[in-house]
Design a protein around this ligand. Structure first.
Ligand code: NDP
Ligand code: 8X3
Length: 254
């Protein structure tokens, strides 16, 4: 396994959920992290917990291409020696049928999950290559593989993530840069609170009476994939809660 004390991990969406859990997992193993997200107060708390020598923070909206570019250019040593990119920031908004869903919600998901992700990866890849290689980890979803009612644009953005991850591997041949798409199912984070726009009851119902996965479960799979020897590339990891399975085709009978 690789020595995690040599990892410098750039994480988008580190203020909550998988990103925060991954920051903790990597620092616990001796790595350095650059934690980013829009909520500055959360970033400050995380940095206080993990230590300034291990955790550099940048308040950043991944939809703002110029801001992503500037943030990357301004990273001080030793945090600028990034060798793992965890392109994790993302969200689902709403669960309405396609003909009723909010176009603004759709636009926000596309801007964040697609545009924000490609800005992050594109802007960090040259540095990874120049430093001799590294690892890009993207956050897809089971929704990118299996369609479900009300999931339209969210699911489509995650299908984009899955195929983008697979596609960039072809361009990275010979560059020693690995790419892994992590594709989780039901995991309790702030994901549903965001999807239902702060409605804690609706969000709670998603996880009540069942046993969802945790952010720590996903962080462990991310850490594992990046710790494998350099000659091993895990293309994707699809995880579901044991309590979750794929449903039957939906047949309308008039
Ligand atoms: P959380 O809502 O807990 O965390 C999402 C993170 O993304 C937050 O840190 C948030 O930070 C950040 N984020 C959202 N929008 C932006 C933005 N415009 N700019 C920068 N950061 C942003 O959800 P999860 O941890 O569960 O989700 C992480 C990823 O995993 C997402 O891509 C999600 O789609 C995916 N996923 C989640 C699953 C689940 O069931 N939980 C399952 C499969 C995939 P802030 O608001 O501070 O900017
Ligand atoms: C999050 C999992 O099933 O809510 O990507 O879309 S799901």
């Amino acid at each position: 396994l690789l020595d995690p004390s040599r990892f410098v991990v750039f994480i988008t969406g580190a203020t909550s959920g998988f990103g925060a859990a991954a920051a903790r997992r990597y620092v616990a193993a001796g790595a350095k992290v650059i934690a980013t997200g829009r909520r500055q107060d959360r970033l400050v708390e995380l940095q206080e917990e993990l230590g300034k020598e291990n955790c550099h923070i940048i308040a950043l909206d991944v939809r703002d291409r110029a801001a992503v570019e500037q943030a990357i250019a301004d990273i001080p040593a030793p945090f600028d020696a990034i060798n793992i990119v965890l392109a994790n920031a993302g969200l689902a908004l709403g669960l309405q049928p396609a003909a009723e869903a909010s176009l603004d919600d759709w636009q926000t998901m596309i801007d964040t999950n697609v545009s924000g992700l490609v800005y992050t990866v594109r802007l960090l890849l040259p540095g990874l290559i120049a430093r001799g290689g590294g690892h890009v980890v993207t956050l897809g979803s089971v929704a990118g593989e299996y369609a479900y009612p009300g999931g339209s644009v969210y699911a489509a953005t995650k299908a984009f993530v899955k195929h983008f991850a697979l596609a960039i591997r072809s361009d990275l041949q010979g560059k020693n840069v690995r790419v892994t798409d992590i594709e989780p199912g039901l995991t309790e984070t702030e994901f549903s609170l965001v999807r239902f726009k702060g409605d804690a009851d609706k969000a709670g119902n998603v996880y009540s009476g069942t046993k969802a996965m945790t952010a720590e479960d996903i962080a462990e799979s991310i850490f594992w994939a990046t710790s494998l020897p350099e000659h091993v590339n895990v293309n994707k990891i699809q995880l579901m809660a044991t309590t979750q399975a794929i449903g039957a085709f939906d047949i309308f009978r008039g």
